[in-house]
Design a protein around this ligand. Structure first.
Ligand SMILES: [Zn+2]
Ligand SMILES: [Zn+2]
Length: 242
């Protein structure tokens, strides 16, 4: 009986609230995403990305080539999966969630990430860890945008969300005005573990990767504690790190 009621509700909700494109208001596409086919085709796919840091590389670069920076010095994480470049509508979708609490954007972004991962990733991690906010920033904003996005792939792909393993215990500056070197200095020592991580493979999830210094610092903390593989998933990568 319980199952029948669940199923009935699951059928009813899309009928009452049919998927609607958050960008243009047209009916959403099949699969339940709040995005129409035309707007989906306009999303800035991150083709030709460095497999380690996801930096967008020139179209002529041979597939699988790592960028100059990763060849020079390998980051502490193993690989980044970032389906889009931070341009076109991506700033609107990501800042709409972060600064205007548009949760419909989190559902859409999480759904896009799930779809991308389900065809690409054969080895799923043992845990998904949204990059934590400092508690002061969390109380100002009321939510962590990385967690709101992470809920969708965690549910769709069946990966446990781990929210109590680490914390951002030192507040950092707003990074938008800082160059790569200043960001790196500012984030150093910002995270700490709350307990020994019992994982071999985990994924850190953030909304946008700019210079990669935040995820690198958190990955370093987990690697030092013995986690063998730390990957990074995010929605968008800025084209040129500062
Ligand atoms: Zn649309
Ligand atoms: Zn790279």
């Amino acid at each position: 009986m319980r199952f029948e009621v669940d199923q009935w509700l699951r059928n009813l909700v899309p009928a009452l609230y049919p998927p609607t494109c958050v960008l243009c208001g047209a009916p959403g596409e099949a699969g339940g995403l709040d995005l129409c086919r035309g707007c989906r085709a306009d999303l800035p796919l991150n083709h030709h990305a460095c497999p380690v840091c996801a930096l967008s590389l020139p179209a002529a670069t041979p597939a699988g080539s790592t960028c100059g920076a990763c060849q020079h010095k390998k980051p502490p994480y193993d690989a980044c999966i970032v389906p889009y470049r931070y341009e076109g509508v991506m700033p609107y979708l990501l800042t709409g969630l972060k600064f205007h609490a548009r949760m419909s954007h989190a559902r859409l972004l999480g759904g896009l990430l799930s779809g991308f991962l389900s065809v690409r990733e054969s080895t799923l991690p043992q845990a998904l860890i949204p990059v934590p906010l400092h508690r002061k920033r969390l109380s100002e904003r009321g939510f962590n945008q990385a967690l709101e996005i992470a809920r969708i792939p965690a549910h769709d792909l069946g990966i446990p969300l781990a929210l109590d393993k680490c914390e951002r215990w030192r507040a950092t500056s707003a990074h938008s005005g800082l160059d790569a070197r200043a960001r790196k200095r500012d984030i150093r020592g910002a995270f700490r573990l709350r307990c020994e991580p019992e994982y071999r493979h985990l994924v850190l999830l953030d909304d946008v990767i700019t210079t990669g210094s935040t995820v690198a610092e958190l990955a370093r903390v987990f690697k030092r504690a013995g986690v063998a593989r730390v990957d990074v998933w995010a929605l968008a990568r800025t084209p040129n790190p500062g």
